[in-house]
Design a protein around this ligand. Structure first.
Ligand SMILES: Nc1nc2c(c(=O)[nH]1)N[C@H]1C(S)=C(S)[C@@H](COP(=O)(O)OP(=O)(O)OC[C@H]3O[C@@H](n4cnc5c(=O)[nH]c(N)nc54)[C@H](O)[C@@H]3O)O[C@H]1N2
Ligand SMILES: Nc1nc2c(c(=O)[nH]1)N[C@H]1C(S)=C(S)[C@@H](COP(=O)(O)OP(=O)(O)OC[C@H]3O[C@@H](n4cnc5c(=O)[nH]c(N)nc54)[C@H](O)[C@@H]3O)O[C@H]1N2
Ligand SMILES: [Mo]
Length: 679
């Protein structure tokens, strides 16, 4: 049977699943799907382990021990819904609706289940959640240059002369992209990976540029300097599709390669060689990862990278261009799902999700948050400032409901846990942020125990509270039809029936897809080297590099925390999902910190030794991996382990800060100063 991988990953794979006697026995990639091409990751191949996990939540549970202890008794759905309705009514009467905070992210990329709670919380007038934890910074930067979060189709990169994998570890985070990269390479493409450490992706590339974290904009400015100085430009494209080239060219005079060399840690000759390679023609494809945006200066970095293909005209080439994300190419009518019209005016306060710890513990919050409802997310593990998040979740006066598939770290702090279905047990519509295919999947298994989907659960709550009842009278099929019917040209002709029949349908976009071939949906209609909008908002109007707030230039901090720590994904987990799996934990090994031989020797640390990593926020135990895969001065901590499986009972996000980046209000997960010591 056909299905779709629901996890928060750009690949959004088309799956084939086999079910026998009510059990999932096999999951493979759909060989016919143009992006999946029969290949899926080890996490999802082992999906039976997740679906039938011993940690699966099967019934509603009520807390009977202290918060965090994970002692629960089984209760009925009726009792659980009645208790939530009664507690919320009391809070609505005493503190008002803003004392209720929903907390969710993209545990499922299915549009129905993703947006299932929005209408209810809007109708209640609850605090709004700013869902910034992942792409907000990157998208804000990208939009500043090209106006919309879309780009050239990576299926077209086969045929490119040069592929630049810029801040993306595709071998872990979107393996299907590597299929295309390898095919392009067989046909003669040269592959460059730009990443502070030698990831498996970088190891497969023809060239690896190991930049210092947070310095990519400086590299890109020097590359542009060379392109302009040597006239490696597409004058026709510049004239017809861009704005502000003269001012950019003037600005770039201050960026000779030698200046970028001192900042990035790359020799100037290599920067020049890379620029010449990039400027040799327009048939160059840059695949930008979200990874490099998770820095203090990450928004401007993405904005700066988006300028490069405009200088050489690569945006107009059938095999060239750039892609950060395909997200906004999907012109679905998400308002039909989200129902912002149900929210009161003026709009309730907004709380940035990456500052959950502050929101729960700040005595100045008026009203204080009295009730938290968590779904599609595991904030105890994934949010920065974990110490503060856990202090907030431990508040005895906070009424916390967690709707979950598995008993996560967050669920252990819940007053009530509700059992959630998995994607193979419910219906949904899936978009992608890595490809351009819209997909549908229905249930292939019955829900285990008493599990219910987000949609069903919010319907029960809406009826118990008497709000947004009409909205929740719809079925998932009604919602999918509405999201398609109200959508733009990209989904014209794509009906619910067609999706059901075909499973996956490519968006209604031209081939080749070159959205910025003749301009871009910015205020000027051009690719904006110069952004009046950024200027009006108080930002530099031209692409810029600024030092990290928490980086080598923070001299006082560097004295105590001399190393930079980046915290990217690992291979076998997806954010904190799959950390529940004994099989995948075994494959992953143990929580480790990668450290360069010189840094390890200076601290008396040997490979395999237990160490403590300290940041200004706290300290966490790891095992040291001494390796030349990372450069001196930079340590790497891959993946998010549930902290109950972490030595010392605390995870990587104790170290990270809830500081927001330059644009979009996202997190600077990778801008950390740390010290590593033998334990
Ligand atoms: N296996 C696995 N797959 C995943 C995930 C996972 O946790 N595990 N997470 C999923 C999610 S939620 C997302 S958003 C996506 C993307 O998740 P992201 O975390 O954005 O991952 P990537 O885009 O691969 O980018 C990560 C790479 O960026 C690099 N990087 C960090 N700082 C810098 C820098 O300053 N400059 C440069 N050039 N590179 C830098 C890191 O070293 C790493 O190799 O992946 C998804 N796929
Ligand atoms: N140190 C560090 N921290 C990071 C990152 C990093 O690179 N490094 N990456 C960040 C990024 S990019 C992201 S996107 C966030 C992700 O953070 P989260 O969105 O919290 O991602 P997960 O850890 O995968 O947790 C998702 C949870 O949703 C549950 N879930 C899945 N489907 C459903 C459903 O249909 N209904 C309900 N009720 N629950 C469901 C899953 O069981 C899982 O526990 O983490 C961020 N945190
Ligand atoms: Mo993400």
């Amino acid at each position: 049977m056909r299905s779709v991988c629901p996890h928060d990953c750009p690949s959004a794979c088309a799956l084939r699943v086999r079910v026998e006697d009510g059990r999932l026995v096999e999951v493979t990639g759909d060989p016919a799907h143009p992006f999946t091409r029969g290949l899926i990751c080890g996490k999802v191949r082992a999906y039976a382990e997740r679906l039938h996990s011993p940690l699966r939540v099967l019934h509603p549970l009520r807390r009977v021990g202290p918060k965090g202890a994970g002692r629960f008794e089984r209760i009925s759905w009726e009792a659980a819904i009645a208790e939530i309705a009664a507690r919320w009514r009391r809070i609505l009467a005493t503190d008002g609706p803003e004392a209720i905070l929903p907390f969710s992210y993209a545990g499922t990329m299915g549009q129905v289940q993703y947006y299932a709670g929005h209408p209810l919380f809007h109708a209640l007038g609850a605090s709004r959640l700013e869902r910034t934890i992942c792409v907000a910074t990157a998208y804000a930067g990208w939009r500043a240059t090209v106006g919309a979060v879309t780009g050239n189709d990576s299926e077209q990169m086969v045929g490119a002369d040069l592929i630049v994998l810029w801040g993306i570890n595709a071998a872990y985070s979107s393996i299907n992209l590597m299929t295309l990269v390898k095919e392009a390479r067989r046909r003669g493409a040269f592959i460059v990976a730009i990443d502070p450490y030698r990831t498996p992706t970088a190891a497969e590339a023809d060239e690896h540029l190991a930049v210092r974290p947070g310095t990519d904009a400086a590299l890109a400015l020097a590359v542009m300097h060379v392109l302009v100085a040597e006239g490696r430009l597409d004058r026709d494209y510049l004239a017809r599709a861009t704005l502000g080239f003269e001012r950019l060219a003037e600005h770039l005079r201050a960026w000779p390669p030698a200046r970028a060399a001192a900042i990035t840690g790359l020799p100037a000759e290599r920067i020049v060689a890379f620029a010449r390679r990039y400027g040799a023609g327009p048939r160059t494809f840059i695949r930008v990862g979200i990874g490099l945006s998770r820095h203090d200066n990450g928004g401007m970095t993405c904005r700066t990278l988006a300028c490069l293909p405009a200088l050489t005209g690569a945006y107009a080439d059938p095999h060239g261009g750039a892609l950060l994300s395909s997200s906004e190419a999907f012109g679905l009518d998400t308002r039909a799902l989200e129902r912002p019209d149900l929210a009161p005016r003026p709009r309730p306060r907004a709380i940035n999700m990456i500052q959950l710890g502050r929101a729960l513990t700040d005595p100045g919050m008026t009203p204080p948050i009295r009730a938290l409802y968590v779904y599609n997310s595991n904030p105890a593990a994934v949010c920065p400032e974990q110490t503060r998040v856990l202090r907030g979740l431990a508040r005895e006066d906070l009424f916390t409901v967690v709707h979950e598939q598995v008993l996560t770290d967050t669920a252990l702090y819940a007053d009530l846990v509700l059992p959630a279905t998995m994607a193979l047990e419910h219906e949904d519509l899936y978009r992608s942020y890595g490809h351009f295919h819209l997909q549908w999947a229905g249930p292939v298994l019955p829900p285990p125990g008493e599990a219910r989907s987000n949609w069903e659960t919010f319907g029960l709550l809406a009826r118990a509270l008497g709000v947004a009842v009409d909205h929740y009278a719809q079925t998932p099929a009604d919602l999918i039809r509405a999201a398609l019917a109200g959508g733009d040209a990209s989904v014209r002709g794509i009906t619910y029936e067609r999706l059901r029949a075909e499973g996956s349908v490519r968006l209604n976009l031209p081939r080749p897809y070159r959205p910025f071939a003749d301009g871009a949906p910015t205020p000027s209609g051009k690719v904006e080297f110069y952004s009046a909008r950024l200027e009006a908002e108080g930002f530099p109007p031209l692409p810029t590099w600024t030092p990290l707030v928490e980086g080598p230039d923070a001299v006082a901090l560097v004295a105590r925390y001399p190393l930079q720590a980046i915290v990217p994904p690992n291979r076998f987990f997806l954010n904190s999902s799959f950390s529940q799996s004994e099989l995948l934990r075994r494959r992953q090994g143990t929580p480790t910190v990668l450290i360069a031989p010189a840094d390890a020797a200076a601290r008396g640390i040997e490979d395999g030794a237990p160490v403590r990593v300290r940041s200004p926020r706290g300290e966490v135990a790891f095992t040291a991996r001494v390796t030349d895969a990372t450069r001196p001065g930079v340590v790497v901590i891959e993946g998010i382990w549930w902290h109950r499986f972490h030595p010392g009972g605390r995870g990587v996000n104790v170290l990270t800060s809830d500081r927001t980046t330059d644009l979009g209000g996202g997190p600077a997960f990778h801008s950390n100063l740390v010290e590593v010591e033998p334990a």
